[in-house]
Design a binder for this molecule. Structure first.
Ligand SMILES: Cc1cc2nc3c(=O)[nH]c(=O)nc-3n(C[C@H](O)[C@H](O)[C@H](O)COP(=O)(O)OP(=O)(O)OC[C@H]3O[C@@H](n4cnc5c(N)ncnc54)[C@H](O)[C@@H]3O)c2cc1C
Length: 406
């Protein structure tokens, strides 16, 4: 029988996430929405210290628990990915912008967790690592990366430009996607850890944005930027055969199998937060949800709220499944894309619908609903847009390659 209840350890994490969301994030969410790419958020420092003093190297949120993904064990368990999902949903319901501004919570940390060796996890585990894939001419087509990495003695030399890098300014490392040989296509793309302050790496700009305003989004250039040979994540070999090439890029893409469910969880949390506030607003107007009442006896608004809750629950279960598969070393690319597509779309719909349902209270800054609607949009864009997730799912189901289905 399937048991969909959280075990006690996850319930404890859920409670901790709720306390952080409501006790730390919510009270300051509006204040920091007004401060674009803030240099520091003192209220988040204690949380950041907890994370950097924690396990590190695993999923960013798992650092809170000290729980690690099993390396060489067949044991079935909930590890870093599940813990990350459960806490992320709760924290994002407080404020997803602030969640991403907590020192130590970076998408690059998930990349390190997915592909780093034990020695690298030890070295990089406590860094706050951003993720730099996007370039001025490379967005959805991540296989077209133009930034180069050339081996010179015991060092890699990086050259190129990355844009829209979340936490690229405040974080203390960036996981950079670069190619070893442009003529060899995606097989030659590898990821490299570059620590902040490395000569040749420069944050040249931060972006003003629609949502996630407190979180910094940086443009970074790399000019003859030298990093140790051991900072490449995974193997530096460029495969020769087609099968080996696919496998090599699959290693880099494996990062997404961990990060997409995390971004889906952010979408779920933001939608949950908007829905909770909308229900509070409506309850003051006398519209209270009564789950014992038949749908056909409910008002149009009540029925819509029930449908949104059901959609949110479906997205939550899909996200938990993808994360559980990752924790148990099961191939989850299709599930990771499915949950990201579903949660991204549902999150955008619910937050905007809450704005509409609450009318002026939804649209004005009296409540956080309008902010949540703005924050939600990016969750359906970064780590692969809605359309790209659907494309990946279609390719996987139909057994077609990226050149066969574009
Ligand atoms: C706030 C913010 C934070 C970000 N953080 C990061 C980060 O930390 N690290 C990082 O590397 N990047 C980051 N990004 C970049 C983000 O990942 C990209 O914006 C995203 O991958 C889309 O790329 P693009 O903007 O170039 O759009 P494009 O790839 O140009 O796509 C434009 C539109 O075309 C659609 N499209 C593209 N190809 C297809 C296709 N084959 N079929 C159907 N539709 C298609 C897309 O879905 C999209 O709607 C961030 C962006 C923002 C706005």
């Amino acid at each position: 029988m399937i048991n969909l209840e959280y075990p006690q350890s996850l319930k404890n994490m859920q409670r901790m996430g709720q306390m952080t969301a409501m006790g730390v994030f919510r009270p300051i969410a509006r204040k920091y929405d007004k401060i674009e790419h803030c240099d520091s958020v003192p209220e988040l420092e204690p949380l950041g210290k907890m994370i950097s003093g924690g396990a590190g190297g695993d999923n960013p949120m798992a650092a809170l628990t000290g729980d690690k993904t099993p390396e060489d064990t067949n044991e079935i368990r909930n590890a870093g990915n599940m813990t990350g999902i459960v806490t992320t949903i709760e924290m994002a319901a407080g404020c997803v912008g602030l969640m991403l501004a907590v020192p130590g919570v970076g998408l690059g940390n998930a990349a390190i967790s997915a592909v780093a060796t034990a020695e690298q996890k030890e070295r990089f585990g406590k860094l706050w690592a951003a993720m730099a894939i996007t370039e001025p001419n490379v967005g959805s087509d991540s296989a077209g990366v133009q930034t180069t990495a050339t081996l010179d003695g015991d060092e890699w030399v990086l050259n190129g430009e990355k844009i829209f890098c979340t936490a690229g300014k405040r974080g203390n490392a960036v996981v950079v996607w670069a190619t070893l040989d442009k003529s060899k296509g995606k097989a030659a793309i590898k990821s490299f850890v570059v620590e902040a302050g490395t000569p040749g790496m420069e944050v040249v700009r931060t972006e003003d944005k629609m949502g996630l305003r407190v979180s910094d989004t940086a443009a970074i250039t790399f000019t003859d930027c030298r990093i140790p040979k051991g900072n490449v994540l995974g193997s530096a070999e460029v495969a020769d055969t087609e099968a080996a090439r696919k496998k090599a890029f699959g290693g880099v893409m494996q990062t997404f199998d961990n990060t997409r469910p995390q971004v889906a969880a952010m979408g779920l949390g933001v939608a949950r937060g908007a829905l909770d506030i909308a229900q509070e607003v409506l309850s003051k107007e006398g519209i209270k949800l009564n789950y014992d009442k038949n749908l056909w006896n409910a008002s149009a608004i009540e029925a819509e709220l029930y449908r949104m809750e059901a959609d949110l629950e479906a997205a939550r279960l899909m996200t938990l499944k993808a994360a559980w598969m990752a924790d148990n070393k099961q191939p989850n690319s299709t599930n990771a894309s499915m949950c990201k597509a579903k949660a991204g779309r549902v999150g955008n719909y619910i937050t905007l619908r809450c704005v509409e349902i609450c009318g002026v209270l939804g649209y004005s800054e009296v409540e956080l609903i309008e902010k949540f609607a703005r924050d939600s949009k990016i969750l359906d864009i970064f780590e692969g847009t809605q359309q790209i997730q659907q494309l990946i799912v279609a390719r996987n189901i139909l057994g077609l390659s990226s050149s066969q289905l574009k």
